[in-house]
Design a protein around this ligand. Structure first.
Ligand code: LLP
Length: 430
């Protein structure tokens, strides 16, 4: 397993910063989500320092769907970044963290009337319109309000980014946004612009997630700037802002070859500055919306090994005390991860194991065929890079309690407590 962030080895044991995994197990039990807070903050700094420009104003919106709780929202606030939410629940969470309202962007392809009302009541910064029906809903809700709501329109530039089918978002038949090739999109923009209670700021696009090709992002930027220009000329309006979404690919295993994010961001911004200037596009503010690339590598999940089973069929299983309930990604996307046995970190990986969870489901496999030292009951097992879309997609399948989450910096801070059996029956009313 590659040591990431502040992971280090002392006396044959894995540490994150000054915390041994044994200490964390003692104190918080397993399974446990761990966030290397300093690593996360350093990563935020890489984004804010490199995605900056003397010619344009720049803004980084953390895509909170990757990992959100009140403490996370407070960290994002501390880094002076903005935040993207996609549901009433995410909005509620960031408001509880007293996130600056003007820096909240509300996404989603089917925001309910209640969610839109909530956003308007709270006077959040931006609503990102997805479609014509949503425009009509917002228009109706604004009739008797004396405000001007800033909006972006999500459009689809039809770029096929190479990633897993389920996390592709901009094929022409995608459910998100309106196509830039559809004539009705221009009509919709005209309607938005002519409704005086909306302040149309520009477009949003997001081409997919875990994308490794720099070119896909450059192509997206070019297409979106061309589109902005053509709409601007067609309707004779100012379009000052552009949000290019997230999706920057990261390292999970040696099969992944991510680009160097700092270098890429500098290249990206300078490409945008030049293209904007040369073609008189007149964009003034450019935004990106990273989720995974900000938080995935700083998260790990710590388990305890319950047993090892050598099957008749030849597969040797390590059973851990969590599984698809805390990490659905291997089952859902065939996602791959690295792992180690923290208490045997320096021992030779002479055994090949499949790591399985405790759910009643054969697909509850976290890692297939990984080389590890000989494992036994009571060992720790740590899976790295689980910071994005693990906790946020966790479930109570088999009525298993969700793990706690601890953030590590100078101290260890419990941000989310472990669920109890009471939590499991909390919503049962009869
Ligand atoms: N902006 C929009 C509009 C998005 O839909 C997404 C992700 C992002 C930003 C952030 O993308 P990121 O930088 O994290 O790649 N559950 C899947 C990922 C789904 C991503 C959905 N949208 C997974 O576990 O891989």
């Amino acid at each position: 397993m590659k040591l990431l962030g502040n992971m280090n080895v002392r006396n044959g044991q894995l540490y994150i910063g000054d915390f041994s995994m044994e200490y964390l197990r003692e104190k918080y039990k397993t399974p446990l989500y761990i966030v290397d807070e300093e690593y996360f903050l350093d990563n935020c700094r890489i984004f804010t320092e490199n995605f900056s420009s003397k010619k344009l104003s720049t803004e980084i919106l953390y895509a909170s769907k990757a990992l959100l709780n009140i403490y996370m929202a407070k960290l994002v606030k501390k880094m002076n970044m903005s935040i993207d939410v996609v549901s009433g629940g995410e909005l509620y969470t960031v408001l509880k963290a007293e996130f600056p309202k003007e820096k909240i962007y509300f996404h989603g392809n089917n925001k309910s009337i209640e969610e839109l009302k909530y956003a308007l009541d709270e006077k959040i910064g931006y609503i990102i319109l997805d479609n014509h029906q949503e425009f009509l809903n917002l228009k109706m809700l604004l009739q008797n309000r004396d405000i001007k709501q800033k909006v972006l329109l999500r459009v689809n530039p039809g770029i096929e980014a190479h990633t897993h089918e389920y996390i592709k978002t901009t094929k022409n038949d995608s459910k998100f946004g309106e196509s830039i090739y559809d004539k009705n999109t221009l009509k919709l923009i005209r309607e938005i612009v002519s409704f005086e209670k909306l302040e149309f700021k520009g477009f949003h696009a997001h081409i997919g997630s875990q994308v490794f090709h720099e070119d896909s992002f450059l192509k997206e930027a070019r297409l979106m700037m061309d589109f902005t220009k053509s709409v601007k000329e067609n309707l004779n309006i100012e379009i000052p802002e552009l949000n290019l979404g997230g999706g920057f690919g990261i390292y999970y295993t040696e099969e992944d070859a991510p680009f160097h994010i700092g270098g890429f961001l500098r290249k990206y911004i300078s490409f945008i500055e030049t293209y904007n200037e040369k073609n008189n596009i007149e964009i003034q503010k450019i935004m990106i919306e990273p989720g995974r690339s900000l938080v995935a590598n700083s998260g790990s999940t710590l388990y305890t090994v319950g047993g090892v089973k050598n099957t008749y069929g030849g597969v040797n299983y390590i059973f851990v005390d969590g599984g698809m309930t805390d990490n659905i990604r291997p089952a859902l996307y065939k996602a791959k991860y690295e792992a180690c046995i923290p208490n045997k970190i320096e021992e030779k990986p002479n055994y090949v194991y499949t790591i399985a969870g405790k759910c009643c489901e054969s697909g509850d496999i976290l890692i297939k065929n990984i080389g590890l030292p000989k494992a036994q009951q009571g060992d720790l097992l740590l899976i790295s890079s689980t910071g994005a879309y693990n906790y946020s997609m966790s479930s109570n399948y088999n009525r298993i309690e969700k793990p706690a989450m601890v953030f590590l910096s100078d101290e260890d801070r419990l941000a989310v407590r472990r669920q109890s059996f009471q939590d499991i029956i909390r919503d049962d009313v009869l």
